[in-house]
Design a protein. Structure first.
Length: 226
């Protein structure tokens, strides 16, 4: 659990505040899942802290929930174009993608069970000058002050609008770096011409980058990483 909480702390996913008297507070839970290899053996065990989105109320905790993804035919077409013109294809899988989405609504969440234990584990494992350690110590101190809840700032997994918040953030970032969405499929972007042409397809947290120019692909990967 400490690994998941570390990602949440690093991304400033929430701030700890006193429990509000006039606001609903949604729940949270820990989800355990096994990831399997093709032969059926366990590759790794995953722990994810999620919000209980089923307790959210329309118009209060969220408004829109849509999250567009690239059409399968678009991906097939892009691969065919890459094969025809000898283009390079790179696939990216964004780690904890939803934690990059900025939440627009005011949502309060109960702290998950064993959060204090996870925070103490992080403090013990982090280096002396680690920013994550500083944030973790601050959070632990705030939780010890009494009845506290988490005011969400990022689109934590489980929230109904989490996918939309993540796509909006990624869409703004791609446009900022010159990518133009296609009219037929808004999850396919293009930029440049000829040898410098760049194509990007988005399917939730999976991203395809296609170009004959390896430097253009590397530049886009660095921009997304930042």
């Amino acid at each position: 659990m400490a690994v998941g909480v570390r990602s949440i702390t690093k991304n400033d996913t929430w701030t700890v505040v006193p429990r509000p008297k006039d606001r609903d507070v949604i729940g949270s839970r820990i989800v355990l899942r096994n990831k399997y290899r093709p032969d059926g053996s366990i590759e790794k065990r995953k722990v994810r802290l999620v919000a209980q989105g089923f307790s959210q109320r329309l118009g209060i905790h969220f408004n829109q929930t849509y999250a567009p993804v690239a059409i399968l035919n678009s991906i097939r077409l892009l691969i065919a174009i890459a094969a025809r013109y000898g283009m390079f294809i790179e696939q990216l899988d964004v780690t904890t993608a939803y934690l990059n989405g900025v939440l627009e609504e005011e949502v309060f969440m109960s702290p998950p069970k064993m959060l204090n234990d996870a925070l103490e584990t992080i403090i013990e494992s982090e280096g002396k000058n680690s920013q994550v350690k500083v944030k973790t110590e601050r959070m632990l101190n705030e939780l010890s002050c009494g009845d506290r809840v988490c005011l969400l700032k990022k689109s934590l997994y489980g929230l109904r609008q989490a996918g939309k918040c993540w796509f909006n953030r990624l869409d703004r970032t791609l446009k900022k770096h010159g990518m133009i969405p296609c009219h037929a499929d808004p999850c396919v972007y293009y930029a440049g011409q000829g040898e410098d042409s760049l194509l990007v397809a988005v399917y939730v947290d999976d991203i395809l980058i296609i170009s004959r120019n390896k430097d253009a692909i590397s530049a886009m990967k660095k921009n997304l990483s930042r």
